[in-house]
Ligand binder design. Structure first.
Ligand code: NAD
Length: 488
């Protein structure tokens, strides 16, 4: 089936290569894999399939560009100018990039154009400016010495990305890495390879030197992904994906003592108190679980509603869920497309086959679609209540007191984010402090300040990125101590 609204480079039969040392190329043995459009359920593009040999070439290119090339030696101003040009090109290619991610994983094109593309450009611009405007500390010493800090680029960064917000999360990694003078090997998820190659093409067009942003395609274990995590020439590994994969990557990286930043899965709690503004709570709670068909690490998949608001909230929430427009991702009206792949759809369907509670609305739809699904009376130890479903599936559980709500919300090994809906200011601060999570949103969701720490507690993360937190990870902070008085 041909797609409507296809723009250059996103039609059936498109090809996407690795980008190594400034050249787009196939694999050494010519291997490729197909990427499948989850709406048509047919392959739409052919992608170079890399393994350890291609990862080796990409790391070698990044190493040369770091050790001998101009990128780490440029000032922040010159690097920032090239990064801003790169962001300009991302914006100019918005239609192509949005369609590439949509064709790869079923995301509505309108959502990708409204959020993923602008956030990709913003990530690049923000970190370019952040690095340029960043200050270092000085430490005047009584001993007649003067110490100050510098932030040296760390070296070669391996960036391993998931498929749910492909270009946006890839740029969250490579933008700060590049802004601080590192070189990068990006391994996009195998389900969503297209936008990474397009981004690397645009980086070259912007004038970013060859070898600075390399892309290698392939799978994880026993493939290009794993090869990057065991290569001693890699100085940093930044990963976003499942918690189990994060554990494997941390173990692999430990052999070379390579520092790792892990952004992993979630099981976000969403607490709605009796005194909440219900219009606002319903609207944000719907977005929190059904945006991107629930394939969001930050999804509010566990709703806890205080008893007094339970009936009204549930009725309004179910009605809003049933109004959501499901369909062809290229239709501008579509709010929910298919799940990203047959494999993922099978996994989510498995949860729904043994829901462990009562389904108020939802279930599977045509093709790889899962309709917005709401469950109640779910046992606390049911899989659907405890594990990350990563689909448009939410459980609603009542609670009575604030302490009970906080206890239920914290009863998980995950800790990426939580939401609180209340009009009581003291409670908002109290509960935000008590929740065990990397981010707590009060009366809103998904709003980000890129200077703020981003990451998770427990199984959700290791380390933080964002603003100065990204600087700490992507640089080697150095102390310089100078004798300025008596040198004895
Ligand atoms: P995944 O862990 O299956 O794969 C992520 C990436 O890791 C892919 O590029 C994959 O090829 C690679 N990989 C897999 N095994 C590897 C190995 N042994 N060595 C090296 N690389 C390996 O995750 P996914 O299914 O692509 O993404 C969904 C998951 O990502 C969910 O758990 C979601 O919550 C999480 N996620 C977290 C955040 C966050 O910011 N915390 C954001 C988005 C998604």
């Amino acid at each position: 089936m041909h797609r409507t609204g296809v723009v250059a480079g996103t039609g059936n039969g498109s090809t996407f290569g690795h980008v190594v040392d400034g050249e787009e190329r196939g694999s050494l043995d010519g291997s490729t894999f197909s990427t499948v459009d989850p709406w048509t359920r047919s392959p739409w593009a052919e992608v170079a399939l890399g393994g350890s040999a291609e990862a080796d070439l990409a790391v070698a290119a990044a190493r040369r560009a770091f050790d001998d090339g101009p990128w780490p030696r440029m000032g922040h101003g010159a690097r920032g100018a090239l990064l801003h040009r790169f962001a300009d090109l991302v914006e100019e290619h918005s239609a192509e990039l949005a369609l590439a991610d949509s064709r790869d994983m079923g995301k509505p094109v309108a959502a990708a154009a409204a959020m993923d593309v602008p956030r990709t450009a913003l990530n690049i611009r923000f970190f370019a400016d952040h690095a340029r405007l960043s200050t270092a500390e000085a430490y005047p010493m009584d001993s007649g010495h003067h110490a100050y800090s510098r932030f040296e680029p760390a070296g070669v960064v391996a960036a391993i990305a998931p498929w749910n917000f492909p270009m946006m999360l890839e740029s969250w990694k490579f933008a700060p890495a590049l802004a601080w003078g590192n070189t990068v090997v990006l391994k996009p998820a195998e389900d969503t390879p297209a936008s990474a190659t397009i981004l690397a093409r645009l980086a070259l067009e912007a004038g970013i030197p060859a070898g600075v942003l390399n892309v290698v395609h392939g799978y994880g274990p026993g493939s290009a992904g794993e090869a990057l995590t065991t290569d001693p020439r890699v100085d940093r590994i930044t990963f976003t994906g499942e918690s189990g994969t994060g554990r494997a990557i941390a173990a692999a990286a430990a052999r070379n003592l390579t520092p790792v930043s892990l952004e992993m899965g979630g099981k976000g709690a969403n607490l709605v108190f009796d005194d909440a503004d219900l219009d606002n709570a319903v609207a944000w709670s719907i977005k929190a679980i059904f945006s991107n068909a629930g394939q969001v690490c930050l999804a509010g998949s566990r709703l806890y509603v205080q008893r007094g608001a339970l009936e009204e909230f549930t009725a309004r929430f179910v009605a809003a869920a049933e109004e959501m427009v499901i369909g062809d991702p290229t239709d501008p009206a579509t709010e929910i497309g298919p799940l990203a792949s047959e494999e993922h759809w099978t996994k989510v369907r498995g949860f729904l086959e043994q829901p462990g509670g009562k389904v108020l609305t939802g279930g599977t739809g045509d093709g790889w679609v899962v309709r917005p699904t709401v469950l109640v009376d779910v046992a606390p130890d049911a899989r659907i209540q405890c594990e990350e479903v990563f689909g448009p599936v939410v459980t609603i559980t009542p609670f009575d007191t604030e302490d009970e709500g906080v206890r239920l919300a914290n009863d998980t090994p995950f800790g990426l984010n939580a939401m609180v809906f209340t009009e009581n200011l003291s409670r908002a601060h109290r509960v935000s402090a008590a929740l065990r999570a990397g981010t707590v949103w009060t009366n809103c969701f998904f709003v980000r300040d890129l200077r703020a720490p981003f990451g998770g507690v427990g199984d959700s993360g290791w380390g933080r990125e964002g603003g100065t937190f990204s600087r700490e990870f992507f640089t080697e902070p150095k102390a310089v101590v100078m004798a300025i008085g008596d040198r004895t």
